[in-house]
Design a protein around this ligand. Structure first.
Ligand SMILES: Cc1ncc(COP(=O)(O)O)c(C=O)c1O
Length: 396
C-alpha cells in the first residue's frame, strides 16, 4: 500500500532546518527558523514561565480533561491581553498559533461557500499551504514595495478595496513575517477603514506580540480593526512572546456582532476542536494564564519580553552598522526601520544558496533572515559575506 505514496514537499523553512542540521561545519550560522536566541546562542526558558510552572506543579492535583474549548480562565486572560473590552467573543485554546490559524481557516469553510482568503504578498509560507490543503481559494494583496523595501501603501489599499463582501483577509497583527514592515498608526487606520468598507472578515495573525515596539504598540492594528469591523478572527500564538515554542500554546478569538452569532461561533469552534484533536493542550496555556493573572509574574514577563525586544532591535542596529561599513546603506536603513524577528535581505535564490554553500550562513530562500538569532559577531560575518556576493556578481 505505502509504495504508492509520494510525500508532499516540506516548505522552505522546514527544508532549511534539515539542511542546517546536516551541515557539519562548526562555524555555521542559523538565521533560518524563527526562534529567538540570546547572545550566547540559547533560547532560554523565561523566568516568569519557570516560576509559573513551579506554582502549577505545586498546586495541580489532576490531569483530567478540562473542556473542549480550553480553559476559560486562559481564554479570558488572552482576551484581556489583546482587546480593550470584553464583549461578544467566542474563543478556543489551540495547539500553538498554527493550530489557531488552522481552526480559523476551517471555520471560514462554514461561513460561505466559495469564499476567498486574501494573503499579503509575501507572507509566512504556511498560510497558503494550509489554505490550499483545506481547498480554500486564495488571492494575494500587495504589501511590500520591491523598489523601496517598504510598505506598498497605495497597492495594498487598492487591493483591499477589491475584496468582496464576506471574503477573509489575513493580516499580520505586528512584526510582519518575512518583511519586518510595521505599518504606522495612520496606515493601520486606513487598513481598518478599508476592510470595514469592503465588509471583509479580518483574520489577524498575532504571533509576535511584544517583539515590535511593545505590547500596547503592537496591538495598535488589531484594536483599530476591532473598532471598525464588527466581526473578526484572531489567531494568537504564545510561542514567541512567552518562549513556549514546544509547548504549543495558542488561541482563536472571534469577535462577534452579537450574542446570537457568538453562540453559533462558539459552537462551531468547539466542534472543530473536537474534530481535530478534541481537548487542546493545557499545560502551556495554564502557564500563560498564571503569568497574565498574577501581577508580579506579569511584571516579570513584561520585563523579560522588553529585554528580548531590546536585544532584537540592538541586533538590527548592529547589523545595519555592519552593512553601512560595507557601503550598503539602503539595505541598512530598511533593516534598522523594520521590526520583529525578520527582514528580507534582497538576495536572489541563487545568492542565498551561495551564502549557504560558501559561507555556511543559513537564511530562507526568499532571503528572510532571523535577526533575533544574530550576535555582534555573526552580524559582521553576514554583512561581509553579502558584500562579497555583490562584488562577485559585479565582476562576473
Ligand atoms: C506569521 C506566523 N504566524 C503563526 C505562526 C505560528 O507559530 P506557532 O504555531 O509556533 O505558535 C508563526 C510561526 O512561525 C508565524 O511566523
Amino acid at each position: 500500500m505505502f509504495e504508492t505514496l509520494t510525500a508532499p514537499e516540506a516548505d522552505k523553512i522546514i527544508r532549511l532546518m534539515a539542511l542546517f542540521a546536516a551541515d557539519p561545519r562548526p562555524e555555521k550560522i542559523d538565521l533560518g527558523v524563527g526562534v529567538y536566541r540570546n547572545s550566547q546562542g540559547q533560547t532560554p526558558i523565561m523566568a516568569a514561565v519557570k516560576e509559573a510552572e513551579r506554582q502549577i506543579w505545586n498546586a495541580q492535583q489532576s490531569k483530567s480533561y478540562i473542556s473542549l474549548a480550553g480553559d476559560k480562565a486562559y481564554l479570558e486572560a488572552v482576551e484581556d491581553l489583546l482587546f480593550t473590552t470584553r464583549g461578544a467573543k467566542a474563543a478556543i485554546a489551540t495547539p500553538g498559533g498554527t493550530g489557531a490559524l488552522r481552526q480559523c481557516f476551517e471555520a471560514l469553510k462554514y461561513l460561505r461557500a466559495g469564499l476567498t482568503v486574501w494573503l499579503p504578498e509575501p507572507t509566512w509560507p504556511n498560510h497558503a499551504s494550509i489554505l490550499h490543503y483545506l481547498g480554500l481559494q486564495v488571492q494575494t494583496y500587495r504589501f511590500r514595495d520591491e523598489a523601496t523595501g517598504g510598505l506598498d501603501h497605495a497597492g495594498m489599499m487598492a487591493d483591499l478595496a477589491q475584496v468582496a463582501e464576506g471574503d477573509a483577509v489575513v493580516i499580520h497583527g505586528c512584526c510582519h513575517n518575512p518583511t519586518g514592515i510595521e505599518p504606522s498608526a495612520q496606515v493601520w487606520r486606513d487598513i481598518a477603514l478599508t476592510l470595514a468598507k469592503a465588509k471583509a472578515l479580518p483574520v489577524i495573525d498575532m504571533a509576535y506580540l511584544g517583539f515590535g515596539n511593545g505590547i500596547e504598540a503592537d496591538l495598535t492594528g488589531l484594536r483599530l480593526i476591532a473598532a471598525e469591523c464588527p466581526e473578526l478572527l484572531v489567531g494568537f500564538s504564545a510561542s514567541k512572546s512567552f518562549g513556549l515554542y514546544r509547548d504549543r500554546v495558542g488561541a482563536v478569538l472571534a469577535q462577534c456582532a452579537g450574542p446570537e452569532t457568538q453562540t453559533q461561533m462558539q459552537g462551531l469552534l468547539t466542534w472543530l476542536n473536537r474534530q481535530n484533536y478534541a481537548f487542546p493542550p493545557d499545560h502551556g496555556a495554564r502557564v500563560v494564564q498564571v503569568i497574565l493573572d498574577d501581577p508580579d509574574l506579569r511584571a516579570m514577563w513584561e520585563t523579560e519580553l522588553t529585554t528580548m525586544r531590546a536585544e532584537i532591535n540592538a541586533n538590527r542596529q548592529g547589523f545595519a552598522d555592519a552593512l553601512r561599513a560595507h557601503q550598503m546603506a539602503t539595505l541598512a536603513d530598511q533593516i534598522a526601520a523594520q521590526r520583529g524577528m525578520f527582514s528580507l535581505l534582497g538576495l536572489s535564490v541563487e545568492q542565498v544558496r551561495r551564502l549557504r554553500e560558501n559561507s555556511a550562513i543559513y537564511i530562507v530562500e526568499d532571503s528572510r533572515a532571523n535577526l533575533a538569532a544574530m550576535t555582534p559577531m555573526s552580524s559582521r560575518i553576514v554583512a561581509q559575506a553579502i558584500s562579497a556576493l555583490a562584488k562577485e556578481d559585479q565582476s562576473a
